[in-house]
Design a protein around this ligand. Structure first.
Ligand code: SF4
Ligand code: SF4
Length: 378
């Protein structure tokens, strides 16, 4: 296992982290505990969960797993999050979390899911930072972190406030262009960096042909072999990025833990040409897919969030309508009617690096939104 500094915290974390949002059978406590133990035995020391993963069961299973790690003398750091922003709300939440996870401290505690700077300002105005600082003084949390879905300069602006010791955001071979700006701030302020959704929320293993460029060689004929090859290559691409402290993989079972840990063994990892090759190949390989490059930003007279809507449309192409709806609702926190505001001026299409038919795609999203609203009203 490779270990990296987590910003200026003095903590060294395993470059592969355990994301606790995908247990195959959350009701099987024994199996979940065994997964945490197996991960720790393979060198993983960063365990990430949240109060809404499987309801409260995610944190409860972590509690049982972490107890077992202590019994076995296996070292770990635990990370969790809160949506709360007032002192009383955060206190109420963390008391429950500490009990559920049976720990005295949550090492990395995140202001959860910042989707836009305005909502961050509101949370700050509610007293979030003072509350987090008091929790840190009382050693109930170790470090003040943020989990963000911001893209482009917004994420850089958030980190330039210099109030966070760590940041967590989605980053993968599928969407890396949208979040590149974060790394300048991460380096400048020595912030710990955890990335989530390293497999594009399942898009990468489900579309091995689309992501074959990651492998840089033969993929093999059989489905599972091809999927495994792109998954491992996708992880190696992230590990090669030295500003990333830890990559959270949402493990379903023990086999996936072994696959991830095995993927980062060997000397190919330290080859910085991996990053160059992937960056160069991505745009050409993603024909018809929004790459999140954000060149369209600022072109829209109606201020329509085009990269987010086109990212959601990717889900429609690669996975289907339900994933488009979920992406907008749960990831971007955007209503589908945003797409209907388009006045078809065409400026965004002129600046799109992928030459996407954005107007047509927005119309399709608006139509799905109407149909969905109509169906849910019935
Ligand atoms: S075509 Fe629509 S989305 Fe594109 S810039 Fe014009 S109004 Fe905005
Ligand atoms: S719509 Fe085009 S320009 Fe805008 S982010 Fe996507 S690929 Fe880039």
């Amino acid at each position: 296992m490779i270990y990296r500094e987590y910003g200026r915290t003095g903590k060294k974390v395993s470059v592969i982290g355990f994301g606790g949002m995908r247990f195959e059978d959350i009701d099987n406590e024994q199996q979940c505990v065994e997964m945490l133990v197996h991960a720790a035995e393979r060198g993983i020391n960063y365990f990430d969960t949240a109060p809404a993963y499987f309801g409260v069961k995610g944190e409860t299973r972590f509690g049982a797993g972490l107890r077992q790690l202590r019994r076995c003398g296996l070292p770990y750091y635990v990370a969790s999050k809160t949506f709360e922003s007032t002192e009383s709300g955060i206190r109420r939440e963390i008391e429950q979390q500490l009990k559920r996870m049976d720990v005295e401290t949550i090492d990395f505690y995140h202001a959860w899911c910042i989707t836009d700077l305005q909502s961050w300002r509101e949370r700050k105005a509610n007293g979030l930072l003072d509350a987090f600082r008091r929790l840190r003084d009382q050693k109930l949390i170790g470090h003040i972190c943020v989990s963000s879905h911001l893209i482009g300069d917004d994420i850089r602006e958030l980190l330039d406030e210099r109030v966070f010791e760590g940041v967590l955001f989605g980053y993968s071979a599928y969407n890396f262009q949208a979040r590149e700006a974060a790394f300048a701030a991460i380096r400048r302020h020595k912030i710990g960096c955890a990335v989530m959704n390293p497999l594009g929320g399942g898009l990468i293993p489900q579309n091995p042909d689309l992501f074959a460029f990651l492998v840089g060689g033969e993929l093999g004929d059989e489905g599972p072999v091809r999927s495994r090859a792109v998954v491992q290559a996708a992880l190696r691409f992230l590990v090669a990025h030295q500003d990333i402290s830890v990559i959270l993989v949402g493990f379903e079972n023990r086999r996936q833990i072994d696959d991830a840990v095995d993927a980062i063994r060997g000397d190919r990892l330290h080859d910085s040409t991996v990053i160059q090759r992937v960056r160069q190949s991505a745009a050409a390989s993603f024909s018809g897919i929004c790459t999140g490059c954000r060149y369209c930003l600022g072109s829209c007279p109606e201020d329509i969030p085009i990269p987010q809507l086109m990212d959601a449309y990717n889900q429609l192409i690669l996975r289907g309508e339900k994933d488009l709806i979920n992406r907008l609702k749960y990831h971007w926190d955007l209503p589908m009617r945003e797409a209907a505001r388009c006045i078809e001026c065409g400026r965004c299409e002129e600046s799109c690096t992928q030459h996407l038919q954005i107007i047509e795609r927005l119309a399709a999203i608006a139509e799905i939104g109407d149909r969905h609203a109509h169906t849910t009203e019935k």
